[in-house]
Ligand binder design. Structure first.
Ligand code: NAD
Length: 327
């Protein structure tokens, strides 16, 4: 009886640490979920929550972005504060750190009306230091903040096959996973708050380096007289193979269904890649970690933004290299 008492006391302490609602909220399975930021990624992600039977409330600075969701039954609210007033589980999917700061701590931000015990999950790719700041501010109000950035583009968001990298309290992971697994095939716990962002930033730095390397290699092969399709085939059966060569080849005509086959429209924007490489640079500077290739990749993507590639997919680095060559 004494052991049971100790166990019960531990459970009670845990569930009251951030307000008693935590245990109630994580058990309340199909109650309202708030979703803020209905852009390229947020739109299909919120649709998948609806498909899984969750009543969804949405908000975006551009109310136009919410129209499709409204047709599927979502309720549109005016501000993040209004969402927080009505839902105790909220997902945010915003472009960058300043937007996240605004949506959480701004005059009409979530934290103005957040309920005790609420679970706030930010899936935007932002600076891990900002995730930590948001977690501290949220915790002061008796709620929980987790960072859960994603890997996989609009295609994976649409098919519900994203990978979520989650940072935050381990005892809250299952509550977050319940929602995230409606939108993703993999939901991975990374550690304390900010570690999801750390994993995401590392992945994207490698992705950019791999994409530039693939574009450079393909261009050299073409200059040496190789057929690009044949070269890609050889790379993909050899040690040079990588995601950028076999799944997202940057050379037009090599693969179908990739942005390179569609004048680099759609996909993952060069501006967003430049932003992620900037985050990698900041974190590398703060931790005194040498990342020379990451730094070079950052400069290349920044240059692309300044030369008209900002809204094109990041694989347009192939076209950028060809144009640079022609100058
Ligand atoms: P997006 O620009 O298409 O969408 C962002 C949405 O947030 C827009 O609808 C915008 O109106 C809204 N928004 C901005 N500020 C707001 C505010 N203050 N209040 C309410 N809404 C606001 O961006 P996206 O492509 O959906 O990317 C979102 C995040 O996901 C980014 O951090 C990006 O780096 C990351 N990501 C994107 C991809 C991709 O392939 N697009 C892949 C992985 C990760």
């Amino acid at each position: 009886i004494y052991t049971d008492f100790i166990k019960l006391r531990k459970f009670f302490k845990k569930s009251t640490k951030n307000g008693l609602l935590i245990s109630i909220r994580s058990m309340a399975s199909k109650t309202q979920v708030g979703f803020i930021g209905l852009g390229n990624m947020g739109n299909p992600m919120a649709k998948n929550l609806i498909k899984h039977g969750y009543p969804v409330m949405v908000s975006d600075v551009f109310p136009e972005s919410c129209k499709e969701l409204q047709e599927l039954g979502a309720q549109i609210l005016d501000s993040p504060a209004d969402v927080a007033d009505k839902a105790d589980r909220i997902i945010t999917m915003l472009p960058s750190s300043p937007n996240v700061i605004d949506v959480y701590t701004g005059p009409n931000g979530i934290l103005k009306k957040v309920k005790k015990g609420s679970l706030l999950i930010d899936s935007s790719t932002i600076d891990p230091a900002v995730s930590k700041e948001m977690a501290v501010a949220t915790e002061k109000l008796g709620a929980v903040f987790m960072d859960a950035p994603v890997s996989g583009g609009v295609g994976a968001a649409t098919s519900g096959k994203l990978t979520f990298m989650v940072g935050g309290l381990e005892e809250e992971f299952n509550a977050a996973k319940e929602l995230l697994s409606c939108m993703g095939a993999n939901v991975v716990y990374c550690g304390q708050v900010g570690t999801g962002q750390a994993a995401k930033i590392c992945n994207n730095m490698l992705l950019a380096i791999g994409m530039i390397g693939t574009a450079e290699t393909m261009n050299l092969g073409i200059r040496l007289g190789l057929d690009p399709k044949l070269l890609a085939k050889i790379l993909n059966m050899s040690s040079g193979r990588c995601w950028s060569s076999d799944t997202y080849n940057p050379v037009p005509g090599v693969m179908e269904g990739v942005p390179a086959a569609n004048n680099y429209q759609g996909g993952f924007g060069t501006t967003l890649m430049a932003k992620d490489l900037g985050l990698a640079q900041n974190t590398a500077t703060n931790t005194k970690t040498p990342v020379p290739l990451g730094s070079l990749a950052h400069q290349i993507y920044r240059m692309m933004c300044a030369r008209g590639y900002a809204s094109k997919d990041f694989s347009s680095v192939f076209q950028f290299l060809r144009e640079e060559e022609g100058q």
